[in-house]
Design a protein around this ligand. Structure first.
Ligand SMILES: NC(=O)c1ccc[n+]([C@@H]2O[C@H](COP(=O)([O-])OP(=O)(O)OC[C@H]3O[C@@H](n4cnc5c(N)ncnc54)[C@H](O)[C@@H]3O)[C@@H](O)[C@H]2O)c1
Length: 239
């Protein structure tokens, strides 16, 4: 059987970068969609903004031209929003739109382009990196919280609509992970302590710990799992 093919959006940093490394180890052929992906020899690195419909179509066509199929789409690219994106009435409208463009429109456009390929194959898996913020609110992060709630429901919608076509869809919901997205917060000792005090395991996650969960989903070992929210949060939402 030919190698399985995965597309990882936002694969140049943090959770996405760790996922690319893990899936390469697991024998996948990899394409990365990112704004400035590293030119890594073993990976098809495509410079694309996931909120740009034409760009995503073109990027998906490149993957098909190169590898001929897409088995797994990991919708991982995301942003937390600028420091101005806080509570509802304080959030600049443009910032709300930017967060939704990348965190919700992005997964929609990437899945919209990949699903016809998966339908033709009769198999496929869309894995969307949401967040525990899609389940419980992050204080003072209205746009991010709302966008991750939408991303989680988006994953469920795909699961319901495409199960009969042999396609599964799941969301991954990390708690706080040490990546470039969160480093500024974790560099402030009081903020780091406040986060860690909130987590039963007493620490934040490393990107590899989220990549491991994505890799298990991508492996096909959990073949009856679809429409699920895979929570990897050190117990955050259990408290
Ligand atoms: N770090 C955390 O604590 C945490 C927790 C829960 C969920 N998440 C989610 O995990 C995902 C990855 O986050 P991370 O912490 O690794 O962040 P990160 O900032 O380290 O990496 C995000 C990547 O996405 C890319 N990206 C951003 N906008 C893009 C666009 N428009 N088009 C293409 N690529 C784009 C960036 O260039 C970067 O490579 C995000 O969806 C984030 O919301 C992160």
């Amino acid at each position: 059987m030919s190698q399985r093919v995965a597309v990882v959006t936002g694969g140049a940093s943090g959770i996405g970068r760790a996922t690319v490394a893990r899936l390469l180890d697991d024998g996948f052929q990899l394409a990365v969609f990112d704004l400035s992906p590293d030119p890594v020899a073993s990976v098809l690195a495509i410079n694309v903004d996931v909120s740009d419909a034409t760009g995503v179509e073109r990027a998906t066509n490149k993957v098909i031209a190169e590898f001929g199929r897409i088995d797994v789409l990991v919708n991982n690219a995301g942003i937390s929003g600028s420091p101005q994106a806080t509570t509802c009435h304080e959030t600049p409208i443009l910032e709300w739109d930017r967060v939704f463009a990348i965190n919700v429109r992005g997964p929609f456009l990437c899945a919209r382009a990949a699903l016809p390929v998966m339908i033709r194959q009769g198999t496929g898996h869309v894995i969307t990196v949401a967040s525990v913020a899609g389940m419980v609110a992050f204080p003072g992060r209205c746009a991010y919280t709302a966008s991750k709630g939408a991303a989680l429901q988006f994953a469920k919608s795909i699961a319901v609509d495409y199960a009969a076509a042999g396609i599964r869809s799941n969301a991954v919901c990390p708690g706080m992970v040490q990546t470039p997205m969160t480093q500024w917060r974790l560099d402030i000792p009081e903020l780091r302590a406040a986060v860690e005090a909130r987590v039963p395991l007493g620490r934040v996650a490393q990107p590899d710990e989220i990549a491991d969960a994505i890799a298990v989903l991508a492996s096909n070992r959990l073949s009856y799992v679809t429409g699920a929210a895979f929570v990897i949060d050190g117990g955050w939402t259990a408290l």
